[in-house]
Ligand binder design. Structure first.
Ligand code: NZQ
Ligand code: ZN
Length: 385
């Protein structure tokens, strides 16, 4: 296990019917901006519950944050924040709204050009100050509700950023708020959370037993309860486990002191930017093909994944690994996610465009060992045809 720091100050408020507790968590004299997306929270009554939880505080609404939130939209929110002297941000929505709110929190306080905060990659943005923020999460998927990261679309490209100043002060995880999700968003969320765990677990052997066994526990829970939540809106027990799995998949804990391989995410981000495919779905399309192309590189961990996550005990090592990858693909397919790029209209020209974009973004040496080249990306996409 490598040296590490672990810091996560987010207060999680988990469970049904707890939005009235907002009053205890938002400062009494706060001037609050409530940020939301394209209207689902208005349509389904979540916004009303939130506004009532905020009591008689001064509240300004900012709606219209789109999926894969755009820099321009968020800068419009920053202008209102400054004009209205807002001092607390409340995100009500999925990963896009939570990420967008984190960006607004930093952009409202930065002295330099806000877009420059998008050019630090996985290194923390060197900010001195950010507005405090809280989240009401309505879509279990990204883990944004308990991490300090976000992804913003700028000039038609997706840019990740991170900064410890934007850990949410609190996040409400109320399973009732997720009942209105369209089925495909549940599937996308299960896939996103699954791949978050994989990218911190399925790398090289480590002796980080706690992180590995926690990762395996989250994967097994997603395999058990993801499809139940996808099919059955009434199974609250499964839904709660899925929601908490998604948060734990990317709240930092399982990734401490171990190598990480975000290749699937980097390829997926380009698929979203170029072809508009939803984030979680892009990951499910790419992962099985990436694992086949990188089978030798990841052999030891793939075997552990086969034995401990998929309980495969029969056959040679090679057979166990092949079955584990096939099971992973079948798992995504069971959520009605098609795992071939041609289904989404991506042809040879699309593959070339995607690889060209990755080169432009400097994504030329990926994986935990930085030896996954654009040639490998091409092989993965060819295999995914
Ligand atoms: O905009 P509204 O009308 O609210 O509709 C949204 C949106 O259309 C809808 N939705 C959300 N909650 C709902 C609901 N519809 C009905 N009922 C509800 N309860 O779902 C649609 C998708 O929402 P979005 O927030 O875009 O989805 P998700 O949570 O999957 O977030 C994806 C974004 O997160 C980024 C992705 O790149 C993408 O931009 N990521 C953020 C990460 C992080 N912060 O750590 C890591 C991830 O890997 C990911 O990259
Ligand atoms: Zn993701």
């Amino acid at each position: 296990m490598n040296n590490f720091d672990f810091y996560n100050p987010t207060h999680i408020v988990f469970g049904q019917n707890r939005l009235n507790e907002l009053d205890k968590l938002v400062p009494a004299k706060a001037r609050v901006m409530v940020l939301y997306g394209g209207g689902s929270v208005k349509q389904h009554g979540t916004l009303d519950k939130v506004l009532s939880g905020l009591g008689d505080r001064c509240v300004v609404e900012f709606g219209g944050i789109e999926p894969n939130p755009k820099f321009e939209t968020l800068m419009a929110a920053v202008a209102v924040v400054k004009e209205q002297q807002i001092d607390f941000l409340l995100a009500v929505g999925g990963g896009s709204v939570m990420d967008g709110t984190k960006f607004v929190a930093l952009a409202a306080k930065t002295e330099s050009e806000p877009y420059k905060m998008l050019f630090h990659g996985f290194k923390p943005v060197p900010a001195k100050e950010a507005l405090p923020l809280g989240c009401i999460a309505t879509l279990p998927a990204t883990g944004s509700e308990m991490n300090s990261a976000g992804v913003i679309t700028f000039n038609k490209q997706k840019f990740p950023f991170a900064c410890p100043l934007v850990f949410p002060k609190f996040s409400f995880l109320d399973p009732d708020l997720t009942l209105t999700l369209p089925k495909e968003q549940i599937a996308n969320g299960v896939a996103d959370a699954f791949v978050h765990v994989i990218e911190q677990y399925l790398t090289q052997p480590t002796d980080a037993k706690v992180q590995e066994r926690m990762a395996e526990g989250v994967l097994k829970t997603l395999i058990e309860d993801g499809p139940v939540t996808y099919r059955d809106n009434s199974d609250m027990a499964a839904r709660k486990n899925f929601i908490w799995s998604a948060t734990n998949a990317l709240n930092g804990l399982i990734g401490r002191g171990v190598p990480q391989d975000w290749s699937t995410h980097m390829i997926g981000h380009e698929m979203t930017a170029l072809f508009g495919i939803a984030h979680g779905r892009t990951l499910a399309i790419i992962l099985p093909h990436l694992l086949r192309v990188r089978k030798n590189h990841k052999r030891d961990k793939l075997l552990q994944f086969a034995e401990r996550v998929w309980d495969i005990t029969e056959g040679t090592d090679e057979q166990k690994i092949d079955r584990a990858i096939d099971n992973t693909e079948a798992f995504f397919n069971s959520l009605d996610i098609v795992t071939s790029i041609s289904h989404y209209g991506i042809d040879d020209e699309g593959i070339n465009a995607l690889i060209g974009n990755m080169e432009k973004m400097g994504l030329t040496a990926l994986s935990e060992t930085r030896d996954l080249t654009l040639e490998d990306v091409r092989n993965i996409l060819e295999a995914a045809k």
